[in-house]
Design a protein around this ligand. Structure first.
Ligand code: NDP
Length: 238
């Protein structure tokens, strides 16, 4: 038995790899309809769809129309998880401005428009969950300003949208991981030692650990948790 309820209609934006794929796996259960989007990783998306029975939908989160169409195409959702995200890190004096703006499209504009599109049809008591980052609270190394601003923006939209949709029992929350093993941030990568130096528990989280928290927030025991940032970071921000 999962925390997420059976018979639900679930969409995960950005589910082909990493944390998103773990979330898809966590939600798949008999009677639950799970769809996920992907942009670049078609082979991974197809493999995950074949493994889990979830539906893979190509939709680039940098394309507002594609995001809204993907959400609207799922009908009345019970759970929307916006996981799709990119991290463009580096010296702001030399970072490519178009790449930074594309990250803002994916990490900020897409969650906002997806949440609004979902809320148009969402069932009473629905759940909107956006994967933010502990870097929305703390950016302890150079080169992360643009990424951090996207994750701080998530905090503002979560607080506001929680008030907009609360009357229908819809909760809106952010999950804020710290370092989590994925293609974006491999546990064995060059940044790992630096990351661990900021943490009380000096290891990367597993994607499945993040997915467990998502499932809890999506589940029946979390109906009074809204407008909140749920940080799961091994003490990175402590
Ligand atoms: P990965 O790079 O491993 O995976 C990213 C996922 O997002 C892929 O499924 C990818 O799909 C999808 N995605 C990326 N861009 C787009 C796009 N334009 N349109 C649709 N889907 C897209 O990242 P993680 O799993 O590590 O990260 C997932 C989320 O967690 C992100 O929001 C990230 O900021 C956040 N996070 C991660 C942390 C970490 O340490 N890993 C820490 C804190 C937060 P595809 O390849 O098909 O395009």
């Amino acid at each position: 038995m999962t925390d997420a309820q059976h018979g639900q209609n679930v969409l995960v934006l950005g589910g082909s790899r990493g944390i998103g794929a773990a979330i898809v796996r966590r939600f798949v259960s008999p009677g639950t309809r799970v769809a996920f989007t992907y942009a670049g990783s078609e082979a991974a998306a197809r493999a995950l769809a074949a493994e889990t029975g979830a539906e893979a939908v190509r939709a680039d989160s940098a394309d507002r129309g594609a995001v809204i169409a993907a959400v609207a195409g799922c009908g009345a959702l019970d759970v929307l998880v916006v996981n799709a995200g990119t991290a463009i890190l580096g010296d702001p004096l030399t970072l490519d401005a178009d790449a930074v703006d594309r990250m803002i499209d994916i990490n900020v504009r897409a969650p906002y428009h997806a949440a609004v599109a979902a809320a148009r049809k969402m069932n009473e008591g629905g759940r909107i969950i956006i994967i933010g980052s502990v870097n929305g609270d703390r950016m302890p190394f150079a080169g992360g300003a643009a990424y951090a601003l996207t994750k701080s923006a998530v905090q503002g939209m979560v607080r506001g949208l929680a008030r907009d949709f609360g009357a229908r029992g819809i909760t809106v929350n952010a999950i804020q991981p710290g370092p989590t093993d994925s293609d974006m941030n491999p546990a064995s990568g060059p940044m790992a030692e630096l990351m661990h130096s900021f943490m009380a528990i000096k290891r990367h989280a597993k994607a499945s650990e993040i997915a467990e928290l998502v499932a809890y927030i999506a589940g029946p025991h979390a109906a009074m948790i809204t407008g909140s940032m749920q940080t799961i970071d091994g003490g990175f921000g402590a």
